[in-house]
Design a protein around this ligand. Structure first.
Ligand code: NAP
Length: 345
């Protein structure tokens, strides 16, 4: 089955990754691209500053970029992938849902709303069921589905695997985040070369809240957030792609490195086309994972873990994911695949 797809914010860092992942894709076909007023009306190849190391797909290069509004997108588009700045998406994405579109979005707006599914298909795909509540609450024929922040998505699959086996009470995380996470205009070279910035606005709160919603349980009508305490400290460093994170967890059950490795490596992936064969890969070498060496594992969709060590209360480890693939565009595409699999498209 071919599903007609539109991309909002198609010229940006995540929008370009969405195009790379969707052209070609076994289920989706790109038929509409939108961006800001300054790009609208021009051919994609002329306004997208293409920065990906594969060429712009010919099939999208000549598409005329539209305005980011429901009336500018053809009615027969079945799914909208949104990579809009959060403030813009907050207003515009619900307008698309009101007009009947299904929106799979990267933007941080509405992620923690009670009736909005925030999903990583391999971890909490069942939360998609809250769409029925959302439609009833909001009177939408469409639906809004979110994927988490890129730093959150890096640590949550390992946390889910360890929580299932050992019951996590507390999480402390410190991040080393790549510059692409801030978008193309996010961090200037003068700020970041030869430097590290120990603050990313709003990022810590996102990690602390979104992770608890993702690890929560869904009873068919409400999502019960996980009760663990989560504390995050977020840092920008001069890598291009790939967020590396140092994580400490306290667990109710005692845990050894061998048991943790088994729990992580056996945590199931999903059969969706963009899911990796093995969701979590564990390194024994203490110096891995590293962004440059490990971010592209399984097309940038798997999570790498290393540095496992027992601590007094639980465990310490490092984890890494590609922030614009697994952490953004790939996460939205996976949610789109889940929506299709579950019959919403
Ligand atoms: N980068 C990451 O690793 C990452 C990870 C997870 C989530 N996210 C989230 O994904 C979203 C996009 O991030 P990004 O890094 O791709 O940003 P970006 O590179 O700055 O791209 C922003 C996109 O939105 C468009 N846009 C800007 N202002 C607009 C307006 N007023 N109306 C309509 N379109 C507008 C831009 O179009 P023009 O080219 O015409 O300006 C561009 O296509 C953000 O919400 C971000 O927080 C990013």
């Amino acid at each position: 089955m071919t599903v007609r797809a539109g991309i909002l914010g198609a010229t940006g860092a995540v929008g370009q990754r969405l195009i790379q992942l969707l052209d070609p894709h076994p289920n989706f076909e790109i038929v509409a691209l939108t961006a800001s007023e300054s790009s609208a009306g021009n051919q994609y190849r002329d306004v997208a500053k293409w920065r990906i190391d594969t060429p712009i797909p010919e099939s999208v290069a000549d598409i005329t970029v539209g305005k980011t509004a429901p009336e500018a997108v053809p009615d027969d588009v079945d799914i909208i992938f949104s990579s809009l700045p959060s403030g813009i998406g907050e207003t515009v994405e619900p307008q698309f849902c009101e007009e009947g579109y299904i929106v799979s979005s990267n933007s941080s707006n509405h992620r923690t709303d009670d009736d909005v599914p925030l999903t990583i298909p391999e971890v909490n795909g069942d939360h998609l069921g809250i769409i029925e509540v959302q439609r009833e609450n909001r009177g939408w024929d469409g639906a809004l589905v979110k994927n988490p922040n890129c730093s959150t998505i890096t640590m949550v699959p390992p946390l889910a695997a360890l929580d299932a086996a050992f019951d996590i009470d507390r999480v402390t995380v410190s991040t080393l985040q790549a510059v692409s996470g801030a978008g193309y205009d996010g961090v200037s070279s003068m700020e970041i070369i030869d430097n590290a910035i120990p603050h990313i606005g709003g990022e810590e709160a996102k990690m602390e809240t979104e992770s608890k919603k993702l690890l929560g349980s869904f009873d068919g009508s409400t999502i019960d957030w996980h009760g663990a305490r989560v504390d995050a400290s977020c840092n920008r460093i001069p890598t291009l792609d790939g967020h590396l994170e140092n994580v400490w967890i306290d667990t109710a059950e005692s845990v050894t490195v061998e048991e943790a490795t088994e729990a992580l490596e056996s945590y199931p992936s999903s059969p969706l086309p963009s899911s990796p064969e093995q969701l979590i890969h564990v390194f024994e070498q203490p110096e891995r994972p590293q962004p440059r060496l490990d971010r592209n594992r399984e097309n940038g969709m798997s999570i790498s873990v290393g540095g496992l060590q027992e601590t007094k209360g639980g465990l310490q480890f490092n984890c890494l994911a590609h922030n614009t693939m697994r952490g953004a565009a790939g996460a939205s595409v996976l949610n789109g695949e889940l929506l299709l699999e579950e019959g919403y498209l």
